[in-house]
Ligand binder design. Structure first.
Ligand code: DON
Length: 570
């Protein structure tokens, strides 16, 4: 039989076509597996530092401490020791998940009307700018508490990479250069802050080295003295001095009295999976649960991730869930959070029954409403997830709230203070910087934790972790995480597609469906408008970090392409 032989040129051409097809097809995109550990963070420098800890025999919590401190140096817009956050930790030995709350607290002298003038109006920027906007920082206590319970390496050893990084500095990459340029005006308000991020009167730019010797000294004190290196002694003196100079409220007693708290994670099932996420004082877990449970019975066979009917029901589920957020949730040590009631199947059934497949509800019919306030957005929270070779997993989100927090660096201590007080409902019904409104459950009280949307999450498949994920984005964190879970589990996307896929968001008020610009074509938009949605496009948002642990502990992960994060493993 005569053999048919292709010419060399044809063979090359056909292989190019095959490669292009391969690359275009979701299901065959090659993702790299790791066997011993994986880590996904918003910063390549921090990822490498965490990976070194894992390689040197540290566990996931050791690596999380090192990464948390490193991000405070190399990712100053959000990484921090002057803020707070939440962590979910899977302990492979015990097979359980714990949640650590190291959210900031209102200072003891804070009061309900502290941001209002004599006429009861909000004093512009008072909950956002400077010392008066800062809650008592929880990050150092949180990292120390995690380490005390689960860490295996010497504490100082975990801070050492961050100390060195702050002391020797690092060359600014394009991402940080742009951030500094964007926030140059705000960062020039306080001389203490200018000292760190400006050179010869101009904000640091591409190619400049960011050296933070004061921060290195603060980290050194924390490394040597643990909690006392931050909550008392020299660092506490500096914080209190900064408060006195700039009109803030945090006192020595506030610092000495700060305590992180272990909490029971919110747990619910989604299809055959168990989802664990952050309980109050974060709204994240409860609202994520409401959204996913309302959607669970819908038949997704006819949908794609950008199918307008799917987007419509997703938005309607969010509208219903976020309406509950505004009324019911706050610090559980101050207010009763009806978590079980909100996730009760009968209640969810009654909420689901309100969804009309063809048209939107009106938010004002679902709960009380307010006109939209122009919302100042920023990307100033950061999430990272880590799995180690023993199967332990950390999913951690922490923040200073706005980009570069309150914009105030504690003089001589070298770190930015948060402006988390804005997450309280500073006046009932007045939106915060993410457009969220709240009421009594989230009003300011001394020592209280402000309600958050941060949603560090771990999804379990039977008795093993399957996914760890989380994101920044203020109110949009919860919808980002919900869409990631649905896109992975129901739409079968691989991790890279999960982080890339265009996002959309609804939060009850403002009564608007936000679409990521460029992500949805005109037919989709027209369909959504015909269902009654008011649509607004917005710039790309969130910075999803996600890891996957397969059977036999094969691990992979992905960092959001909207930012410059890095996933690595070994
Ligand atoms: O705790 C919260 O919900 C907010 N302070 C988080 C802020 C945030 O995600 C900013 N990043 N975009």
């Amino acid at each position: 039989m005569k053999r048919f032989v292709l010419s060399r040129r044809w063979r090359i051409l056909l292989s190019i076509v095959a490669v292009l097809q391969f690359a275009a097809c979701d299901s065959v995109t090659v993702e790299k597996y790791h066997y011993n550990g994986i880590i996904a963070t918003a910063s390549p420098i921090a990822t490498d530092i965490g990976l070194n800890i894992l390689r040197d025999g540290g566990n996931a919590v050791d690596a999380a401490v090192a990464v948390g401190c490193a991000l405070a140096v190399c990712y100053p817009e959000a990484g921090n020791i002057g803020g707070g956050g939440f962590a979910l930790i899977y302990d492979a030995d015990l097979g359980n998940i714990t949640a650590l709350d190291f959210r900031e607290t209102a200072p003891a002298s804070a009061s309900r009307k502290m941001y209002l003038d004599s006429r009861g109006e909000v004093i512009a920027s008072s909950s956002l700018l400077g010392a008066g906007a800062a809650g008592v920082p929880g990050t150092v206590a949180g990292l120390f508490e995690m380490w005390k319970k689960y860490g295996s390496m010497d504490w100082y050893r975990l801070l050492e990479p961050a100390i060195k990084l702050a002391d020797t500095g690092f060359i600014l990459d394009a991402y940080l250069t742009n951030k500094f340029a964007e926030y140059a005006k705000d960062l020039s308000i306080f001389p203490e802050t200018k000292k760190v991020f400006f050179k010869n009167g101009a904000v640091l730019g591409q190619g400049d080295r960011l050296v933070q010797t004061d921060l290195a000294m603060t980290l050194e004190r924390i490394g040597l003295d643990g909690l006392d290196g931050f909550y008392s002694g020299t660092t506490a003196d500096m914080i209190v001095q900064s408060m006195q100079n700039n009109g803030g409220l945090i006192s020595y007693e506030d610092l000495a009295g700060y305590r992180p708290l272990w909490r029971e994670p919110v747990h619910f099932t989604f299809d055959s999976l168990d989802v664990y996420s952050m309980p109050p004082p974060s709204s994240g877990g409860v609202i994520l649960g409401e959204i996913l449970k309302i959607l669970e019975p819908f038949n997704f066979i006819k949908y794609t991730p950008s199918h307008p009917e799917y987007m419509h029901i997703f938005a309607e589920a969010c509208r219903l869930a976020y309406a509950d957020r505004a009324v019911h949730l706050g610090d559980p040590d101050f207010t009763v959070n009806p978590v079980l009631e909100l996730l009760d199947p009968q209640y969810l059934e009654s909420r689901r029954a309100l969804i009309n497949l063809q048209s939107t509800a009106n938010s004002s019919e679902i709960g009380s409403g307010l006109p939209e306030k122009s919302v100042v957005e920023s990307e100033s929270t950061t999430h990272f997830c880590i799995a180690d070779k023993s199967g332990n997993v950390v999913s951690l989100t922490y923040t200073i709230n706005a980009s570069f927090g309150s914009k105030l660096v504690v003089d001589s201590a070298g770190f930015l203070l948060n402006n988390e007080m804005d997450d309280f409902s500073i006046k009932p019904g007045v939106p915060n910087m993410y457009g969220l409104i709240g009421g009594k459950a989230n009003e300011i009280e001394p020592g209280k934790r402000m309600l958050s949307s941060m949603s560090p999450t771990i999804v379990m498949n039977g008795d093993r972790p399957l996914l760890a994920l989380g994101a920044p984005g203020g109110s949009k964190i919860i919808t980002t995480v919900a869409q990631a879970i649905i896109n992975f589990t129901r739409f079968g996307m691989n991790l890279q597609k999960v982080v890339e896929h265009p996002r959309f968001h609804h939060q009850w008020l403002p009564d608007t469906l936000y679409l990521e610009v460029g992500g949805f074509d005109i037919n989709i938009k027209q369909d959504l408008i015909s269902r009654g949605h008011l649509i607004k496009e917005r710039e790309p948002y969130s910075d999803l970090q996600i890891i996957y642990i397969g059977s036999n502990r094969l691990m992979m992960g992905a960092s959001d392409p909207r930012k410059d994060g890095k996933t690595a493993g070994y």
